[in-house]
Design a protein around this ligand. Structure first.
Ligand code: PGA
Length: 249
């Protein structure tokens, strides 16, 4: 059985104080949620405050990005060990906004995944096609390429530690959620890539989250799909009330 994940990707929102207040507000609801894994991904300066507020709760903390080197002259970057020291258990890697605005490649995703695993973090690796790619009928090819170059080269034991997020770029922040049918088809495709490369047992155990305009009102329908194991949620994860509704959806 795969435990569903509710992960909030806060992007460039919330200060340290706002993050701590959010965690205080969500803790009582989260404490009643036993059958879901709960993760929030604050911005770097808010990680330690969020982690301190979440201490002793079932709310886990994730980075939104990392550098693959452990230290060095990389102005503006943060290493896996720094995330661990700040209280992170997870890190988002290869988000489409990183790919689109910061030139992140599948090769960089691969290096980041290795660095995260080495430090004991659980990578949440994002893949997904743009609208143009979908309309050109290239969704499967794009997913296959991103998946193969990003995580296909891992050892089976490494791959087993990942969480994958399918995030169609056209659905992110647009209010245009993929229908459960469209999302399920992509998730099934990703799981079949995993089966081909790593075998059924590992492929069946890996969680594949859906991301792209998830809201409390559409989350249950997505979660009902056999290959959708949770959500990576942006906008609707920011208000404590809406995040709490997602936990209970
Ligand atoms: P959204 O973002 O829920 O605001 O569409 C999702 C994401 O980018 O992870």
């Amino acid at each position: 059985m795969r435990t569903p994940v509710v992960a909030g990707n806060w992007k460039m929102h919330k200060t340290a104080a706002e993050a701590a207040a959010f965690v205080e507000a969500v803790r009582p609801v989260a404490s009643k949620v036993t059958e879901r894994e709960i993760i929030i991904a604050p911005a770097f300066p808010a990680l330690a405050a969020a982690a301190a507020a979440a201490q002793g709760s079932n709310i886990q903390i994730s980075g939104q990005n990392l550098h693959w080197e452990s230290h060095g002259a990389y102005t503006g970057e943060v290493s896996a060990d720094m995330l661990v020291a700040a209280g992170c258990s997870h890190v988002i890697i290869g988000h489409s906004e990183r790919r689109q605005h910061f030139g992140e490649t599948d090769g960089a995703v691969h290096l980041k995944v290795l660095a995260a695993l080495d430090a004991g973090l659980t990578p949440i690796v994002c893949v997904g096609e743009t609208l143009e790619q979908r309309e050109a009928g290239n969704t499967e090819t794009v997913l296959r390429e991103q998946w193969s170059a990003g995580v296909g080269g891992l050892e089976p034991a490494q791959f087993a530690r990942l969480i994958i997020a399918y995030e169609p770029v056209w659905a992110i922040g647009t209010g245009r959620t993929a229908t459960p049918e469209i999302a399920e088809a992509a998730h099934a495709e990703i799981r079949s890539l995993a089966t081909e490369r790593f075998g059924g047992e590992i492929a069946e155990s890996v969680r594949i989250l859906y991301g792209g305009s998830v809201k409390p009102s559409n989350f249950a329908g997505l979660l009902d799909c056999p290959n959708i194991d949770g959500g990576l949620v942006g906008g609707a994860s920011l208000p404590a009330g809406s995040f709490s509704d997602l936990l209970l959806a």
